[in-house]
Structures are given as C-alpha cells and as structure tokens.
Design a protein around this ligand. Structure first.
Ligand code: PBG
Length: 322
C-alpha cells in the first residue's frame, strides 16, 4: 500500500528541496546560437518573423560573438546571405564567401569562441534548393562536390566544426574525405542526420532568404512520419564518420532524440528551430504564455529527452538563466 507511506510531494516542498533532487540541469556551454551574416558594414537588420534575431554584417557579427562568449554560450552556428546567388551555389564554397569572411573575423577577434558552420547550398542557389538541379531534381552525387568544397573552405577559414544540413546521401563521407585530404583531420563533423521536411522552418527561410523557388524539400529531407528511418539515417552518418549527430526540429521529435540517446554513444544535438522559437514569442506577445518560462521548460525537456547540445535562438537569454 504505497500511500500514505509514500508521499512524492515531500520532495517538492521548497525551492531548495526541488533544487536538491532536480534531475536535469542546463548549462550555457551546451547551448549554440544560430547567427545570420550578411554583406555590408554596420548592418543590424531585425528579422520580422524572429524578434530579437538579426541579419548582421561581419563587423556587427563579431560584436555579437564577443557578447555570446562573455555569457558562456557554447558555440555559434553561422548561416550566410551572399551578395549574389547563382545556379551553382558559388558563394557556398568561395574562399572569400560571406561565411568564410565571417569565420576569419570571429577567429581573429574572439578566438576562444567555438564556431560551427552550417554546410548547405540553399542560401546560395538562385532556385533556393540545397543542391544542383539536374532534370528538375536535386542531383545527389553532383551536390556532394559542392558540399565537400564548402566544408573545406570553412575549415581553411578557421571553423572549429562543420555541420552539413543538406540531407544528401553520402555527404558525411564526402566531407570527411575532403577534410582529411586538405589536412583537416582534426575538424569534427556534426551531421544534421535526422532532419525532417518541416513546416517549422518557415521563419528561418525569411531570415536566410532561402525559400525554394519551386517545389519543396521533401525529395531530400525526411518524412515527419518516419522514426525508424531516422535511426537508419543516424547509423549511416556515423558509419561515414560523423562525430556528432543532430535531430531537427526538436520539440515535435523528442521521441527520436530519446531513441537516438538509447542507441548511439555519441554526442547528440537537437535544433529548436525558427518556428518553435517564433511560436513561443508570438503567443507571449498575445499575453497567452510566459515566454521566459516556456523557454526554460522547452529547453529542459529537449535536454531531458537526451540532447546534450541544443541549438536555439534563445541561447543568450537562456544562458543568463541557467
Ligand atoms: C539549411 C537549413 C535550414 C535550417 C537550418 N539549415 C532550412 C531548411 O532546411 O529549409 C532551418 C533552421 C530553422 O528553422 O531555424 N538547409
């Protein structure tokens, strides 16, 4: 007869008692802030669908990174808005591309901050797709060359970690080979291994100006209905040499973060994506929820499910509260 012997409420009687028995704690060092870098100088343009997030020119980005570092945030991940887009994604792998310039500037002025680069083509193609179009479709194998070249150019610029987010088959192996050949054996790959074709990326596509101009991404990103296939994608990326893997989005896919945590002994990241962020702020602006509270509750849940690394637009705010 459990009750009245057992009374779980005994351990909830005060904040001190709750703190003593708390199972999941967030630390700033496990948070990663996504940042958008654009051409120009002195540019700090707020993204209307993502309040508090900006398109930043390199000089402003460096200032932001100094603040991020001082808050103890673990890393930043960079997305680029190139001067021009074309159908071969030149800006993605140009030695003086926008992300490459940004990485050099951060590494010069804030060297201790870990810099992750997102490796993808959609911000750099005129059509907004993540790869080379052949016969109206994204061609997998041709795209691998662009990805390998991009990752290598990021490493040359000084990136600490490269993170491919394109969902082409074989990209982790192709990137690993290119990095090793280029002398970057020590640069780890964080693979967006289980990335879903999600409606939650809407605000990001405004931020990164990367919406596909025709069709959608369902031919390469995963079907939200498939969990077993997510485990297969993760296993394949690990076989190809991924050092860390990611599940994306985060909150609607907590079951997959949990399963991955049980099955794979590597660091697991989760991306609380733009739509997850903007929904919270929109509801808070209507007075329906408390943004700060929901921020900590969602991040704690993502961590509890098994993600040791969390990419989130709340990174700075959350770092101040954990
Ligand atoms: C690039 C990329 C996207 C996101 C991260 N990397 C957009 C997409 O796949 O359309 C989305 C991140 C977010 O919504 O916050 N492929």
């Amino acid at each position: 007869m459990p009750f009245p012997i057992h009374r779980p409420r005994r351990l909830r009687s005060s904040e001190a008692m709750r703190g003593l028995v708390r199972e999941t704690r967030l630390a700033p060092s496990q948070l990663v802030l996504p940042l958008f870098v654009c051409p120009g100088e002195g540019v700090r343009r707020e993204i209307s669908s993502m309040p508090g997030n900006y398109q930043l020119s390199v000089d402003e980005l460096v200032k932001e990174c100094a603040e991020v570092k001082s808050l103890g945030v673990g890393a930043v991940i960079l997305f680029g808005l190139p001067e021009t887009k074309d159908d071969v994604a030149s800006g993605a792998y140009a030695e003086d591309g926008i992300v490459q310039r940004a990485v050099r500037a951060i590494k010069r002025d804030v060297p201790a901050l870990l810099v992750i680069t997102d490796v993808c083509n959609c911000e750099y193609t005129s059509h907004g797709h993540c790869g080379k179009i052949v016969d109206g479709e994204v061609d997998n194998d041709a795209t691998l060359e662009w990805l390998a070249a991009s990752a290598l150019s990021h490493a040359r610029a000084g990136a600490d970690i490269v993170a491919p987010s394109d969902m082409m088959d074989g990209r982790v192996g192709a990137i690993r080979a290119a990095l090793d050949r280029g002398g970057f054996r020590k640069i780890p790959i964080l693979s967006y291994a289980a990335k879903f074709a999600s409606g939650f990326y809407g605000p990001f596509r405004e931020a990164a100006e990367s919406a596909p101009q025709f069709g959608d991404r369902r031919g390469y990103q995963m079907d939200p209905a498939n969990g077993r296939e997510a485990m297969k994608e993760i296993a394949l990326d690990l076989e190809e040499g991924a050092d860390m893997i990611m599940v994306k989005p985060a909150l609607p896919y907590l079951d997959l973060i949990w399963q991955a945590r049980q099955r794979f002994d590597v660091p697991i990241a989760a991306y609380q994506v733009s739509g997850e962020f903007s929904m919270i702020l929109a509801a808070a602006r209507n007075g329906w929820i408390d943004a700060e509270r929901i921020m900590m509750e969602t991040l704690t849940s993502i961590h509890r499910a098994g993600a040791g690394i969390i990419l989130t637009y709340f990174a700075k705010e959350a770092a101040k509260r954990c």
